[in-house]
Design a protein around this ligand. Sequence first.
Ligand SMILES: NC(=O)c1ccc[n+]([C@@H]2O[C@H](COP(=O)([O-])OP(=O)(O)OC[C@H]3O[C@@H](n4cnc5c(N)ncnc54)[C@H](O)[C@@H]3O)[C@@H](O)[C@H]2O)c1
Length: 272
Amino acid sequence: MNLLEGKKGIIFGALNDMSIAWKTAETVHRMGAEIVLTNAPVAMRMGEIHKLAEQCGNAPVIPADATSMEDLKALFEGAMEHFGGKVDFVLHSIGMSPNVRKGKHYTGLNYSYLDKTFDVSAISLHKTLQTAMELDAINEWGSVVGLSYIAAQRTFPDYGDMADAKSLLESIARSFGYHYGTQKKVRINTISQSPTVTTAGSGVKGFDEFIAYSEAMSPLGNATGQACADYCATLFSDLTRYVTMQNLFHDGGFSNTGVSMEVISKFAKEEG
Ligand SMILES: NC(=O)c1ccc[n+]([C@@H]2O[C@H](COP(=O)([O-])OP(=O)(O)OC[C@H]3O[C@@H](n4cnc5c(N)ncnc54)[C@H](O)[C@@H]3O)[C@@H](O)[C@H]2O)c1
């Protein structure tokens, strides 16, 4: 399991031990990678990330608001200084919608909140990539992964404006993936993950019912946060060097299932 021996990376978004980024940090560390951890300065207040840093070989923690070009520049410069060179992978595990948080219905969005949703949840990936490219901070054949959700392709009414943000995120991964690929052979993908119990996930209305529905619709069941971390590790490894500009479903088969017997049986009429 030394899949990532010698690799160096930056992990955004480890808020607490439920976070997909937290599990990914632990996993890549176990597989031999060295990491720098980052999150928004406000998210540092709980101090949880420092526990994770300790578990991951005293990884440096560099706060950065992923919507701030200044913070992102300082982050990449700090990481390169720490590693004494460029990084091999970046995990963008960031999402937040003030509209969803404040219960604004999709048909009654607050547009300044919408700007914030897009900036935090999607444009921050562009800002991260642009900063990395300007500083030439990612090695050739490096790998960048963002996290998405199937609401980018199909409607899930309670997901609100996050659905639009995820469409934009996936589009940025494709568009930037072309340019970073041709210039530096850096690959960029999104993983479309099953609903997962985390702080961001639980903010979506009706999440418990929804997670049960998704479980019943997926032939393999919902993919866990740990399984997502394992998948991220494969994308950071040299075994997936020609995978780029893709949105990769990691959802136990949910995305290709029309209906499952478990769900349809709930509509069966009572006999007699
Ligand atoms: N949980 C799910 O059901 C699910 C499903 C599919 C995709 N995702 C995606 O996975 C990613 C990670 O979310 P999670 O479920 O682990 O939840 P989480 O709440 O643990 O992580 C979200 C992270 O985004 C960070 N963040 C918010 N604003 C930021 C900013 N301005 N700058 C930097 N960081 C900022 C938060 O501090 C937090 O660490 C998100 O993109 C989310 O949309 C989650």
